[in-house]
Design a protein around this ligand. Structure first.
Ligand SMILES: *Cc1c(COP(=O)(O)O)cnc(C)c1O
Length: 384
């Protein structure tokens, strides 16, 4: 039998998860500790920093969606990133995208400045630059595709094969596409990271992260570090995140369908200098997106054509779409990456990554498409 569809996996009732009453929705076990019946015989659950039934349920669902052997659910996307970096020896070399998520950039750079690791920020679409960096030796290749905020794609199978033959581990931050649109482990990555704060929880009310691994030996190592460093998510968070995850398939379908419509509409506007959306035929990575992802997703970036800085007037003119830095939730949110999500990146690095002053990033939510376009229309009028 083929694996069930992700929607079916996520909608399945799991009464076996509640041995006491066989409830259809999973119970929450907030207890910090569990009783031992014999001091010489450790029970499967003993202390919730180490192991929790609610975390296990969430990780099992995510692992099935990603085709992973297992993993850890953490307190934030950033703690999942720290967990991944804990797997490396001192002085390890990490190759990360020059245009990665600002928090990832800040963390890797901070550890590099302390001398804990060596960091190289490379444009992974530049084969010669990536080959040169891998040629100098690498312990971890960090992939983030589509990139945030510009939605540039990297060919995962290609760069992962190169990194693995250079002896490097490979991790992909799969937050934007979600496991429903992209499967990095099947394309040769060892690890996959999520900020579950975003589309997976989907309701803008739960900070969390996850790190999943392709093979069991790596899962064991990351469990060890997650426990040692106390990076695991609280049971309450894991319970809530699984609740949000249940409806991810319908949310993604709806958000993506709206994004396709809005991106096409934006591309025809005279007030716009560029729209970055992999679903548009003119996007440079359109063909790769069609091959590597099962859909173009819910994120759009666009640049206003104004001479001076116009994003302030534009966003002040919006009344439905809020100016806020998260993404993937039920509400559409807009942000200015240069001063919001990516302020941890110095101006030179921002310029290199292509983050201009008139760039805005739009996360499409569940609103009616016509209402979103009417709101963007208000933004254009305010910026005119
Ligand atoms: C938000 C985000 C993170 C960090 O996750 P937090 O939950 O905010 O710690 C990492 N990567 C990407 C792509 C993100 O959007």
């Amino acid at each position: 039998m083929n694996d069930p569809d992700p929607a079916t996996i996520l909608a399945a009732a799991t009464p076996g998860g509640d041995p006491a009453y066989r409830s259809i929705a999973p119970p929450l076990w907030p207890s910090d500790s569990y009783e031992w019946t014999d001091a010489d015989d450790k029970p499967p659950y003993d202390y919730s920093r180490t192991v929790s039934p609610n975390r296990d349920m969430l990780v099992e669902a995510l692992a099935r969606l990603e085709g992973a052997a297992g993993g850890a659910a953490t307190g934030s996307g950033q703690s999942a990133a720290l967990l991944a970096l804990s797997l490396l020896p001192a002085g390890a070399t990490v190759i990360a995208p020059h245009d990665c998520y600002g928090g990832t950039y800040r963390l890797i750079r901070g550890l590099a400045e302390q001398g804990k690791l060596a960091a190289r920020f490379v444009d992974q679409k530049d084969d010669a630059a990536l080959d040169a960096a891998l040629g100098e030796g690498a312990d971890l290749l960090w992939i983030e595709t589509p990139s945030n905020p510009l939605l540039r794609l990297v060919d995962i199978a290609k760069v992962a094969a190169k990194a693995r033959s250079a002896g490097s581990l490979v991790i992909a931050d799969n937050t934007l596409p979600t496991p429903l649109r992209q499967q990095p482990l099947a394309l040769g990555c060892d690890l996959v990271l999520h900020s579950t704060t975003k589309a997976i929880n989907g309701h803008g009310d739960g900070f969390g992260g996850a790190l999943l691994a392709r093979d069991a030996a790596l899962v064991e190592r990351l469990h060890w570090w997650a426990n040692a460093a106390g990076l695991n998510a609280a049971p309450q968070l894991a319970w809530q995140t699984l609740r949000g995850l249940r409806t991810l398939p319908v949310r993604i379908d709806r958000q993506e369908a709206t994004a396709i419509g809005v991106a096409g509409w934006l591309a025809d506007r005279p007030e716009i200098a560029a729209v970055h959306y992999p679903g548009l035929a003119e996007h440079p990575d359109h063909a790769l997106a069609a091959r590597q992802q099962s859909g173009p997703g819910f994120m759009i970036a666009f640049e206003l054509a104004a001479d001076g800085e116009a994003t302030g007037a534009f966003t002040a003119g919006l009344s439905l779409i809020a100016l806020a830095s998260s993404l993937g939730g039920y509400s559409s949110l807009i942000c200015k990456p240069a001063t919001m999500t990516h302020r941890g990146m110095p101006p030179e690095a921002q310029a290199q990554a292509g983050l201009g002053p008139n760039l805005l990033r739009l996360s499409i939510g569940l609103e009616a498409p016509a209402d979103l376009m009417a709101d963007l229309e208000r933004g254009f009028a305010a910026a005119a």
